[in-house]
Design a protein around this ligand. Structure first.
Ligand SMILES: [Zn+2]
Ligand SMILES: [Zn+2]
Length: 515
């Protein structure tokens, strides 16, 4: 059974209500805590609160302006308050905690002006709690997401931080804060948490609020240079570029700029020279550089800052499909990698199933990331793979791959309401977001099994499968079918791995030689 948030966290703007007299205020406070009047706890709370009220009065501080800074001053004050100076030092921290709770009570009652810049926080917290339910996490993690959301809300309020100002820096501050937040439930304090969990949970809650439009999305990538800023905004608006793309484009353009100078003075020769020099420095990214350069010139043309004809001055990059050999490893090494997969922990059971899918079926990382539970037809022993295009392929499920997936489903897959077959092993048990996570799994599998000298990345399995099948005498066409290549040319890349193999599949040239 989980508990609902107990605090109201409402915003109080403009004029605040005047609280009743000290006695009425104190008894209202004690009843809000549901402690019995006359009990030891009630005595402690009364003493602390009375002391605080007395001190506030002496300092001339109005209730409506209370905040944590004032509580800290109270905590540190050299007590000369009449009748209270006998307080023992060891109780000081407890006393400050009680005072903080009292301030929260005043805030909740509307006696203190607080404006978080957000309305209806209790509703957002309740909806968030429901959203966490839908993730079907285990009790512990679910509870810590809920209580951290509440903790974050309480901390923001204590810090008097506006919700609109939340960014990574604020979340980092929260993660590292020395917690004295007034967060209590009926049965004691909220779940205690460390820095990492605080950061993760706060981000999760903030993303939830951003997702429903309650608070604005993260600041887009900006630049000090107004001209560059305008270009980045244009990229985002007119080209629908993601932040990642925008960052990459900016880095490329920045490196090109010093070589080119003012756009108004550009000419075709200068452009070509700059591009050629950059391409020599990083040959692998030549075609990306050309794409980025064209996009930037298009922007300049729209702005009227450069001549439209320059667009044609950017040369095309000739791509030689067959210029590099695919890396591959021999079948014995593949078997050694599979044999070295431990299966002691759930995450290892998952990783072995993934390695087998890569090795036996040559799936792409994206295929594994996107795989759904109902993509496997256990009756007929087939697997549906959607692949790069929208085309669906049915692949036979080899015995050991099927066994490994079954082992994962039976004992290792988190009980989460997700359609994806493979989920992350840590809560919230989400599907993989990127193919790079599959490459990470491959790397960790090598580490666990002590495998060295094998190229990294998940594609090595695909390359190896193709090469090894061809070497074992399989035809190009059947290898192409297994790898689900849409064009036989792609499969042919693997055939150039060695010349004897190439000669075997070489076709006689049709017709007479022309020379
Ligand atoms: Zn005092
Ligand atoms: Zn705290």
């Amino acid at each position: 059974m989980r508990t609902r948030p107990t605090m109201s966290f409402r915003s109080v703007r403009g004029t605040v209500k005047d609280p009743p007299g000290p006695d009425a205020l104190l008894s209202a406070f004690l009843s809000s805590l549901s402690v019995d009047a006359g009990s030891a706890v009630a005595v402690l709370y009364s003493a602390g609160t009375r002391h605080f009220l007395y001190w506030l009065d002496r300092q001339g501080i109005a209730n409506g302006t209370l905040d944590d800074r004032i509580v800290q001053q109270f905590e540190k004050h050299r007590c000369r308050c009449h009748g209270y100076s006998a307080q023992e030092a060891p109780y000081k921290a407890d006393q400050a905690a009680r005072v903080r709770r009292f301030v929260r009570f005043l805030e909740d009652q509307g006696y203190v002006e607080v404006d978080d810049g957000i309305d209806d926080l209790p509703r957002h917290l309740a909806d968030y709690s429901d959203a966490i339910d839908r993730l079907q996490l285990a009790h512990g993690p679910a509870q810590s997401y809920r209580s951290e959301a509440e903790h974050f809300v309480a901390w923001l309020r204590v810090a008097r931080c506006q919700w609109i100002d939340i960014d990574d820096a604020v979340i980092d501050q929260y993660a590292a804060h020395d917690c004295r937040c007034p967060v209590w439930r009926k049965r004691g304090k909220l779940v205690a948490t460390g820095t990492k969990r605080r950061r993760r949970c706060a981000r999760h809650f903030v993303e939830f609020l951003r997702g429903r439009g309650t608070i604005p999305s993260a600041e887009p990538v900006a630049d000090d240079d107004p001209h560059m800023s305008a270009y980045l905004a244009w990229l985002r608006q007119h080209r629908g570029a993601t932040d990642e793309t925008v960052q990459r484009y900016r880095a490329y353009i920045r490196r090109l700029m010093p070589m080119l100078g003012e756009p108004s003075r550009w000419d075709a020769a200068a452009l070509r020279n700059a591009l050629q020099r950059r391409c020599k420095e990083t040959p692998g990214s030549a075609s990306l550089l050309v794409t980025i350069m064209r996009s930037y010139i298009r922007f300049l043309v729209v702005q009227g800052e450069c001549c439209p004809a320059l667009l044609h001055a950017v040369p095309s990059v000739q791509r030689y499909r067959l210029s590099t050999l695919p890396r591959h490893v021999d079948p014995a090494t593949i078997e050694r990698i599979i044999a070295a997969c431990p299966t002691d922990r759930p995450v290892e059971v998952r990783d072995k199933a993934i390695i087998l899918l890569l090795a036996r079926l040559g799936l792409r990382a994206g295929d594994i990331r996107d795989m759904r539970l109902d993509d496997i037809d256990w009756q007929s022993g087939h697997l549906i793979v959607k692949g790069k295009s929208r085309r669906q392929d049915r692949l036979p499920l080899p015995q050991d791959v099927g066994d490994a997936i079954l082992a994962y489903l039976a004992a290792a897959r988190p009980k989460a309401a997700e359609e994806h077959l493979f989920l992350r092993a840590q809560a919230p048990f989400r599907p993989f977001r990127s193919s790079a996570e599959i490459a990470g799994i491959v790397a960790r599998t090598y580490d666990r099994g002590g495998i060295e000298g094998v190229p990294t990345g998940s594609h090595i399995f695909r390359h190896s499968l193709a090469t090894n099948l061809l070497r074992a005498g399989a035809g190009l066409e059947s290898v192409g079918t297994i790898l689900r290549h849409s064009s036989p040319e792609t499969t042919a890349i693997y055939a150039k791995v060695d010349l004897p193999m190439l000669s075997k599949i070489a076709q006689p040239w049709p017709g007479e030689p022309s020379c």
